[in-house]
Structure formats: structure tokens, C-alpha cells
Write a protein that binds this ligand. Structure first.
Ligand code: AHR
Length: 513
């Protein structure tokens, strides 16, 4: 059983069991606050399961309605999220991907076995042109993950040239393949998980390899690459230490992967069949990303006190067992209200590190792990996580409003601590956006927000909640978890705004004059 205790409001403990929790959020607006980089709302698309084929791409000859081969329903849904950046083609797949196999006439493209992900045969029909066109349609920055594990320096150098050069042999080839103008490419990952599926390197060895590969990734015709070193997983602080020490000055960013997962061996638990203990444990595990990011930041601060190098959490999210009846290795999992909570709590956490965390990419955009959309043939569902990303759009590129939260705490299995109330706030174009999460499954939370002079003449609200913690959206069924307007439950009294959050809910309030 979970244990309850109170951190800042001990007098409320007995009260809350009967009448709901109480918490206080104090806004601390400051001109000096950093901007919440919109890239924190980045996405990741890997050649894995049905993420690309079936999820994003069906080809122009498909019976499924499509726009030049891209699923129209998925495209339209994704446009609502204002995706800032999309990482591709992996993941582990990236270190076995040879980009030249994915250009030119589709019928001539070689096939390959996707050894990482179920041994599925990949026909390379979705390649560089298809990815860059998708980014243009979504209006997002492309983020390429280059092959270091099984590729060559020359291969990676030529990929950059193919994409960004105006003239020369690679530009000629690109033009022959139908694209006259170079594309813009900012984000370039030099390998992925180089400590594991990307080559099983030691950090010392990879630091040297990184230095070599990045040397030949040139800036053509005014294109300026932001070079990203493959970073640590979770608690591997030594990786960050060695990389920053040996290669820090050759990189613009270094990645970090953090999954909300029970463990790497054995069952990871079901995405939709879980109990209350599992729910609170999952939230506690997801919140641990705050400690992990802080420790990596502390190391980076030693070598880069001016914070020139960004920490990019370019894979994060929940990882559960695959749904029964789906292909092993395709990582297709459902997505419940619990995932929505993980998304909101993680984004709230990333906001607090926005001076160093310059990007985050949830894994993955479609049909894999904690997806935005799930597809089955011509059907599509929008997941609870999708609705959190939609709700949080106003935070993109907004000025962070630092805040303090005094909240009761829940102690979950393994001693993991979960705040009953989590909050984040930002301001943009004269509108203040406050997002609040009530993690408590059973009780409402009355939250008093000290506005610190911020005007709340007009308030509008949105909410994500459901009847049960394991509610999810399924094919052919009415949506159980969606974004609704939240029109009551708040009161302004002078410089205080009090709002009652329903149990297990995520609420965003927009305040203006
Ligand atoms: O997102 C699934 C996989 O998780 C990625 O391919 C890999 O980088 C990570 O281990």
C-alpha cells in the first residue's frame, strides 16, 4: 500500500483524506527567466515496427487516404502539435542504416533485415527525401541520427553533403533524384547509444571516434550543423564525464536517454493492466529523471560552466510490454491516462532545466512505445499522451515562470516519492499558462496559486482526465481520454487564484488581462 505523508503542509494530512488535498503554487516571475525551448516538445521516428510503415507512411498507391504517401489522418493530427523537431531514422536502427540504400528509384532499392527490431525486412522505400519532405510538411527541424557503429566517416560526410550542398557530386546525385535545392539540416547526431547497440564502445574510445566523425561533417553553403554526441543512458555519469572531458569542445550537444521502465530484463508490465501501486511507482520512476538530469548537468557544469553545450534528452517515455498478439520486437504498446501523467510530469520537469536541456524527444511518434498516435490499417487513435502535447503547445518558446510548489507527497513502492500536485508556468504574448497535475487517484486537490501580480482578469481552462487510471483510447471506440474544456472550479481573490483539480487530472489554465 502507498503511504501518505505531507512535506510542506503537515496539518492537512487528516483533512485531505476526507476533503481533498491542499497545495500552494507560488509564481516567481522574473525578467531573467529562460525561454522554454520548443525543441523540448520534439519527437522521434524510428524504422521500428509500424512507426514509419503503416504509421506515418503508406505509400501513394495505398487505399488508406494519404498525401503523397503520408497518412493524411496522422499528418493532420501531428500538425496540431506544432512539432518543433523530428529525430530519424533511429535509435538502434540508425547504426545499421546506410542512407544510399534509401535514395533513387524505389524499385531499385536494396532490402535489409532490421536486426534490432524483430528481424523485419526493410525495403528502404522510406528514405532521406521522404523524411525531409515530411519535416517540411510538418514545419519541423529534421534531426538526423548518423551511422557510426557500422558506417564509415565517408558515408556520414557524404550524407551531410547530399542533403546540404548546393554543388558537387553529392548535390548532383540529389538533383538527379528530384530535389534541386539543398535542404536545411541543423541537428546531426553522431551515433546513437554508442555504449550499446551503436557499437558497444567505451566512452574513451567513442570520444575519439566522435571527434573524428564530426570533423568531416562540414557546413555547406551557409548551413550550420549542431553536432550531437551520443550520450549516456540513465545513471551512467562516467559516460558524460569522459565525453565532456575528452570531446566537449567538439560538440554542441550531448544526448541522454531515460525511459520510465520497470527494468531491462524480464517483464516490463502491461501498459493497460496495472494496479494503484504500479501507477504510483511509474510516476515516481518518471520523476526520477529530474535527479538524473541534475547529476548529468552538474558534470557538464564542471567542463562547460557557460552552458554552451546542450543536454538533449533525445529518447524518453514509458516502456511496457508489447500488447498481446502484436509482433515481438515491434514495441507496440497502448497508452492510458497513466501515460498522460508521465508525459505531463516529465515535461514539467524538463521545463525546470531549460537553461541546459535544449531538446527532448519522446519515444516515439507513432505505434512504438509512448506514442502520439496508434494506427491499425485505416484506423487511427489519438493517445492520452497526444492530448498532453496538444495541451502544452502554449509552453513552447514561452518564458518560464519559476515557481515553488508546497504539496502533500505520496510515497510509492521502493520509496519513490510522488508529489500530489506538480505545476509549471510560462508566459508568451501577454498570456500566462499554468499547467497543474493532480496525481492523486482518489482525491481532489485544492490549489492556491499566488499570482505575484500576474493579471487573471480572463481565465480559460482545459482538462485531461478519465473515469479510471487505466482508461485508454481504442480503435472503433469513443475516446475515453481526451482534452476537454475546464470551465469551473476556480476562484480569484485578490492576488490568489484557487482551483480545485479533480482526482487524476491534468489542467491547464490560461490567464490574461
Ligand atoms: O526507442 C527504442 C530504442 O530504445 C531505440 O532504438 C534505442 O536507441 C533505445 O534503446
Amino acid at each position: 500500500m502507498k503511504l501518505r505523508n505531507i512535506l510542506a503542509l503537515s496539518a492537512l494530512f487528516t483533512f485531505q483524506a476526507f476533503a481533498g488535498n491542499e497545495a500552494t503554487v507560488t509564481l516567481l516571475p522574473s525578467e531573467e527567466s529562460p525561454i522554454i525551448q520548443k525543441e523540448i516538445y520534439g519527437q522521434f521516428a524510428e524504422h521500428l515496427g509500424t512507426c514509419i510503415y503503416g504509421g506515418l507512411w503508406v505509400g501513394p498507391d495505398s487505399d488508406i487516404p494519404n498525401t503523397d504517401g503520408y497518412r493524411t489522418d496522422v499528418l493532420n493530427a501531428l500538425k496540431e502539435l506544432h512539432i518543433p523537431v523530428l529525430r530519424w531514422p533511429g535509435g538502434c536502427f540508425a547504426d545499421e542504416y546506410h542512407w544510399m540504400d534509401g535514395i533513387g528509384p524505389k524499385e531499385n532499392r536494396p532490402r535489409m533485415v532490421n536486426t534490432n527490431w524483430g528481424g523485419t525486412v526493410e525495403d528502404n522505400s522510406f528514405g532521406t527525401h521522404d523524411f525531409f519532405n515530411l519535416c517540411e510538411m510538418l514545419g519541423c527541424e529534421p534531426y538526423l541520427s548518423g551511422n557510426v557503429g557500422s558506417g564509415t566517416v565517408e558515408e556520414l560526410a557524404k550524407w551531410v553533403e547530399y542533403i546540404t550542398a548546393e554543388d558537387g557530386p553529392m548535390a548532383k546525385l540529389r538533383k538527379e533524384n528530384g530535389r534541386e535545392k539543398p535542404w536545411h539540416l541543423k541537428y546531426l547526431g553522431v551515433g546513437n547509444e554508442s555504449w550499446g547497440c551503436g557499437g558497444n564502445f567505451t566512452p574513451e574510445y567513442y570520444a575519439d571516434v566522435y571527434r573524428r566523425y564530426q570533423t568531416y561533417c562540414r557546413n555547406f553553403n551557409g548551413n550550420h550543423l549542431y553536432k550531437i554526441a551520443s550520450g549516456a543512458s540513465d545513471y551512467d555519469y562516467n559516460w558524460t564525464e569522459v565525453m565532456m572531458k575528452n570531446a566537449g569542445r567538439y560538440m554542441d550537444g550531448i544526448s541522454l536517454h531515460y525511459y520510465t521502465v520497470l527494468g531491462w530484463s524480464g517483464s516490463k508490465g502491461s501498459a493497460i493492466n496495472f494496479n494503484e501501486e504500479d501507477y504510483y511507482w511509474t510516476l515516481g520512476k518518471c520523476l526520477e529523471v529530474g535527479d538524473v538530469v541534475k547529476r548529468h548537468c552538474d558534470i557538464m557544469n564542471k567542463y562547460d560552466p557557460k552552458k554552451r553545450v546542450g543536454l538533449l534528452v533525445d529518447e524518453w517515455g514509458t516502456w511496457f510490454d508489447e500488447e498481446p498478439g502484436t509482433v515481438r520486437g515491434h514495441l507496440f504498446q497502448q497508452n492510458s491516462l497513466r501515460d498522460a501523467m508521465v508525459a505531463a510530469l516529465s515535461l514539467n520537469t524538463f521545463h525546470t532545466f531549460t537553461d541546459r536541456v535544449k531538446m527532448a524527444n519522446i519515444a516515439q511518434i507513432a505505434n512504438v512505445l509512448q506514442s502520439m498516435v496508434l494506427t491499425k490499417d485505416s484506423q487511427m487513435v489519438l493517445t492520452p499522451t497526444y492530448y498532453v502535447f496538444k495541451m502544452y503547445v502554449p509552453h513552447q518558446d514561452a518564458k518560464l515562470i519559476p515557481l515553488n510548489v508546497a504539496t502533500p507527497m505520496i510515497t510509492a513502492r521502493d520509496g519513490r516519492k510522488v508529489p500530489v500536485v506538480s505545476a509549471t508556468a510560462s508566459v508568451k504574448n501577454g498570456k500566462t499558462t499554468v499547467s497543474l497535475v493532480n496525481t492523486d487517484l482518489a482525491n481532489t486537490s485544492d490549489v492556491t496559486i499566488n499570482l505575484a501580480g500576474i493579471k487573471a482578469g480572463k481565465i480559460s481552462g482545459e482538462i485531461i482526465t478519465a473515469d479510471s487510471m487505466d482508461a485508454y483510447n481504442d480503435f472503433g471506440q469513443p475516446e475515453k481520454v481526451t482534452l476537454k474544456s475546464f470551465t469551473k472550479g476556480w476562484r480569484v481573490n485578490g492576488d490568489k487564484l484557487t482551483v480545485t483539480l479533480p482526482a487524476k487530472s491534468i489542467v491547464t489554465l490560461t490567464l490574461s488581462n
